[in-house]
Design a protein around this ligand. Structure first.
Ligand SMILES: [Zn+2]
Length: 307
């Protein structure tokens, strides 16, 4: 078995013949050897046609490309960046790749180190992730799912009914992009604002079996949690069991709490133990924050735990 070094030695001169940079050939050899050793078998041959067609990938090193204003020059060819007016090409960009997406469009990816923004965040927040509203914060702020995502979901359903595979694929990719963009902006905003972020462990897989699959499609909680985890100064994920039903004022599980299927429709309720009135989701978010801080345990001292 040839290692990456021997493999690229065997491929000497291929780059010139194919019109690609020899460094690209080398990167492909490296990747081939890595995947093979990892899975202990040869990767399959690349499928060029049909449903399982492999997506194109042309990696390059920093030395084999040149960034010139709003374009990248590779092997004497110029590829223009769209949107470079909005976001400048990072000056310290290193290697990268031309990559093909599921729709056969080509993109250029550049790897760059970006300094972590100076976090001026302070304060803490609990976040209740939901179906109807994407997130409710413990300070009462509500984050809706963007309308355009819902509109796209409607178009997606229509395309699926019509059996239009290509259209379905395109809308799916539009939704994925739009959702990622929205989640990035939201998680960046939250992590700049709050130093301590607590989120419930609401499980999309468990709920996906119900009829609410479409809303879950829009929500993408796990992606959002993942982004918050690596962006925030301090991140805690808590078990959200009973967070909806416990009164965040007095910590009891009062008889008046929203519970069961009927409780799903309850937006506002009043604690029959202490008289506090609650917005269902804000109350849950406050409980999540308290849990994350480790005080006090939910339902503790409640007389109605079994109810
Ligand atoms: Zn209460």
């Amino acid at each position: 078995m040839l290692n990456a070094f021997a493999l690229s030695a065997q491929c000497k001169g291929i780059g010139a013949e194919l019109g690609i940079h020899q460094q690209t050939v080398q990167s492909v050899c490296d990747q081939f050897a890595t995947s093979r050793d990892q899975h202990r078998r040869c990767p399959r041959f690349r499928a060029s046609f049909g449903l399982k067609r492999a997506r194109g990938w042309v990696p390059f090193q920093a030395q084999s490309r040149r960034i010139d204003g709003n374009s990248i020059v590779y092997k004497g060819r110029r590829y223009r960046f769209f949107g470079s007016g909005k976001r400048a090409v990072p000056a310290n960009a290193k290697s990268g790749a031309f990559v093909e997406d599921a729709l056969g469009r080509w993109w250029v990816v550049l790897y760059a180190d970006t300094p972590a923004p100076a976090v001026a965040a302070s304060g803490s927040v609990g976040i209740d992730l939901g179906l109807k509203t994407l997130a409710t914060l413990s300070d009462g702020v509500v984050v809706e799912n963007p309308r355009h995502l819902r509109q796209k979901a409607t178009r997606l359903a229509a395309a699926q009914r019509a059996g239009n595979k290509r259209r379905t694929a395109r809308i799916n990719s539009e939704i994925a992009n739009a959702r990622r963009d929205f989640h990035h902006k939201l998680s960046t905003r939250l992590s700049r604002e709050y130093a301590f972020i607590a989120v419930g462990n609401v499980n999309a897989k468990r709920l996906a079996k119900t009829k609410m699959a479409k809303s879950i499609f829009d929500a993408g909680w796990s992606t959002l949690r993942h982004m918050l985890r690596y962006k925030s100064a301090q991140f805690v994920e808590v078990d959200e069991k009973f967070t909806t039903q416990t009164c965040s004022e007095c910590g009891s599980l009062p008889p008046s709490r929203p519970k069961g299927i009927a409780g799903l429709g309850v937006r506002a309720w009043e604690c029959s133990d202490c008289g506090a009135s609650h917005d269902r989701d804000v109350n849950a978010a406050q409980n999540i924050l308290r849990l994350a801080r480790g005080v006090p345990r939910l339902g503790e001292g409640s007389r109605n735990l079994a109810a």
